[in-house]
Design a protein around this ligand. Structure first.
Ligand code: HPA
Length: 240
């Protein structure tokens, strides 16, 4: 399987599941859905588990990415529910992630832990695959999915949401959207030599941008109809 989709909050399947594959890695076992698209098998992973049972800081990112590598994956599209601190990116809009800032605190974020695992400083000039982004724009146009723009993803540790002061700081540093999962996922993909791209679905304004509370069920609901279109676009690209 050369290609994979990782579904974030609200994206727990992509339709035609054919089978499930249990993949063993040194970090733990991972269940991958195998979906057949035009005679080709695509791997699908629900980042938080099918019933959203794993919080962002406890996701076994290394096992997930190693498992995808083990089954031969080279190209990964992922979705991410994000809060927005950029007035241009309203709830419901789609933002292509172009870079990240890492504010996580307590997660293993590398495969290279010294000794026999080695010491490697992976290059982060271009964390997200330009080619996958270009293909996403092309296919989104065909599917009439408007894309609001590109944004810098601020990754927080979670699982709590941010304070208004934190958002003020992230915004002043150049952040556009906030989520809790893209780091270390994108970093590990890079360490494994995969082409990786994330499409953000804005589910809410961040704290202090408006005064509404943010809750996980609202987030899942907001993703609703976007999910089908985005996963269809991913699979159409993978068919090419
Ligand atoms: N903050 C962090 N993560 C998120 C948010 C948010 O406002 N919305 C969706 N994921």
């Amino acid at each position: 399987m050369l290609k994979a989709i990782i579904g974030g909050t609200g994206v727990y399947d992509i339709g035609d599941k054919m089978s499930e594959k249990a993949v063993w890695t040194e970090y733990g076992e991972v269940l991958i859905d195998v979906v057949e698209v035009q005679d080709e098998e695509i791997a699908f992973l629900a980042r938080h588990g099918k019933n959203h049972s794993v919080p962002p800081h406890l996701i076994n990112y290394r096992a997930n990415m190693k498992a995808l590598k083990k089954v031969g994956v080279k190209y990964v599209y992922s979705t991410a529910a994000v809060g927005s601190m950029n007035e241009k990116y309203k709830p419901g809009s789609i933002v292509v992630i172009k870079d990240f800032m890492d504010f996580t605190k307590s997660r293993p974020s590398t495969f290279y832990e010294g000794k026999e695992k080695g010491v490697v400083h992976v290059d982060m000039r271009e964390p997200y695959c330009r080619n996958l982004i270009k293909l996403f724009y092309e296919e989104a146009k065909k599917e009439n999915l408007p894309i609001a723009g590109e944004g810098v993803y601020v990754c927080t540790e979670g699982p709590r949401f941010e304070t208004a002061s934190e958002i003020k700081m992230y915004k002043s540093l150049g952040g556009d959207v906030v989520g809790m999962t893209n780091v270390p996922e994108v970093v590990l993909a890079k360490e494994l030599g995969m082409c990786y791209s994330t499409v953000g679905i804005v589910t809410n304004w961040c704290s202090g941008i408006d005064n509404l509370d943010t809750a996980i069920h609202d987030i899942s609901q907001a993703i609703g109809d976007k999910k089908e279109k985005i996963t269809k676009i991913f699979t159409e690209i993978f068919k090419r």
